[in-house]
Design a protein around this ligand. Structure first.
Ligand SMILES: NC(=O)C1=CN([C@@H]2O[C@H](COP(=O)(O)OP(=O)(O)OC[C@H]3O[C@@H](n4cnc5c(N)ncnc54)[C@H](OP(=O)(O)O)[C@@H]3O)[C@@H](O)[C@H]2O)C=CC1
Ligand SMILES: CCCCCCCCCCCCCCCC(=O)[C@@H](N)CO
Length: 324
């Protein structure tokens, strides 16, 4: 009887507690807080959708905000609406992220950045067989290569940032950058690419006290999404509906909180939380509590993930059957 209770206590208490203690000891990099008040926050794609909502929120929290996009009149509208709602001036820069020289010039003009948010992105969903090669390259160039250009151009200034406080490089991915989705071959590839970039980059910039965040929103109501919906394959919408939709303001709030907490992986909704645990792989994890959840949940979330695949392949089969 005594033996049994010792066994039981060690199983339900000692084992998890030792695991927790072990994880608390080994998780690196350590947690960090990244202030944004009075700091230079540079947001690409800040003239629309999620980027605009982020610029608005960062400005209202007292950050000195710069936004970059191509279209000047949309940039000016954004500047005006942020001035109206927060009373703060934001600096605007017109450049195409695909043009490295233009990006470098804008970033040099803007001055040293404390928090760089690479949020620009384009999405034109289509089955690979019918998608133009130009559109495939367009998504890779803007979403992936453009982010390389931004980070490479910003790093020298970030290393010399005024207050030497912790800096941040945040990258807007998508849940389609955690799991491949029908109609998103090029888009998913561009967003998966960002994960490799982010993991390697974090190792390279940790010595400069710069912290990388990767943000994973579900479908989000933005001008870009409205445009996307006009041509999105039905199956893309059916599968993406597994994670519902959010408002740009809600995504911006989650993103900003994740950035300020220095989280490497930043999910945005309930489904996204589980998706992040299921797809975390060998990403860094600063929180020993989250690391604990990841370890405990890994096996069961694989089962849940397979159930989602079962459901998605079922939808595809049904769709193909009905089309015949
Ligand atoms: N909305 C959604 O459902 C989801 C979006 N995301 C990601 O969030 C990010 C923002 O999306 P969302 O707010 O919907 O997008 P929008 O289309 O509403 O806005 C995109 C922004 O990026 C800018 N931009 C586009 N191309 C370039 C370029 N070549 N160079 C510089 N700036 C550019 C646009 O300005 P301009 O055209 O003037 O250059 C605009 O400011 C993207 O990375 C997207 O992949 C992730 C998950 C879901
Ligand atoms: C194990 C637990 C699994 C949890 C649920 C998984 C749900 C995955 C749904 C993926 C949706 C992808 C939306 C992409 C939106 C986007 O990026 C476009 N709108 C373009 O911007």
């Amino acid at each position: 009887m005594a033996d049994l209770s010792v066994f039981f206590i060690s199983l339900v208490l000692v084992l998890p507690l030792s695991l927790l203690a072990f994880l608390a000891f080994i998780v690196l990099p350590r947690p960090v807080k990244i202030p944004i008040k009075n700091r230079h926050v540079f947001i690409t794609g800040g003239s629309s959708g999620i980027g605009l909502a982020l610029a608005q929120q960062a400005a209202s929290e007292g950050a000195q905000v710069s936004i970059l996009a191509r279209n000047t009149s949309k940039l000016e509208d954004a500047k005006e609406s942020i001035k109206l709602s927060t009373g703060r001036d934001v600096a605007i820069f017109s450049a195409d992220v695909r043009d490295y020289e233009a990006v470098k010039k804008a970033i040099e003009e803007a001055g040293p950045i404390d928090v760089l948010v690479c949020n620009q992105g384009v999405f034109v969903p289509q089955e690979l067989e019918t998608q133009d090669v130009d559109e495939i390259k367009f998504m890779i160039d803007v979403n992936l290569t453009g982010t390389f250009h931004l980070i490479k151009a910003a790093l020298p200034g970030m290393k010399n940032r005024a207050d030497r406080g912790p800096g941040s490089i945040a990258i807007m991915s998508s849940q389609a950058g955690q799991v491949g989705i029908y109609g998103y071959t090029a888009y998913s590839a561009s967003k998966f690419g960002l994960k490799g970039l982010a993991e390697a980059l974090q190792q390279e910039v940790i010595g400069e006290n710069i912290h990388v965040s990767l943000i994973f929103p579900p479908d989000t109501e933005t001008p870009g999404f409205a445009e996307e919906n006009r041509r999105r394959p039905q199956l893309t919408s059916i599968i993406a509906a597994s994670s519902g939709a959010m408002k740009a303001d809600e995504v911006a709030k989650k993103a900003l909180n994740g950035i300020k907490s220095g989280n490497f992986i930043v999910p945005c909704n309930f489904e996204g939380f589980f998706l992040s645990i299921a797809t975390t792989g060998l990403s860094p994890q600063r929180s020993f509590l989250m690391a604990f959840v990841e370890v405990i949940a890994a096996g069961i979330l694989r089962v849940v993930g397979l159930c989602f695949q079962w459901n998605w392949y079922g939808s595809i089969e049904k769709f193909l059957r009905e089309r015949k």
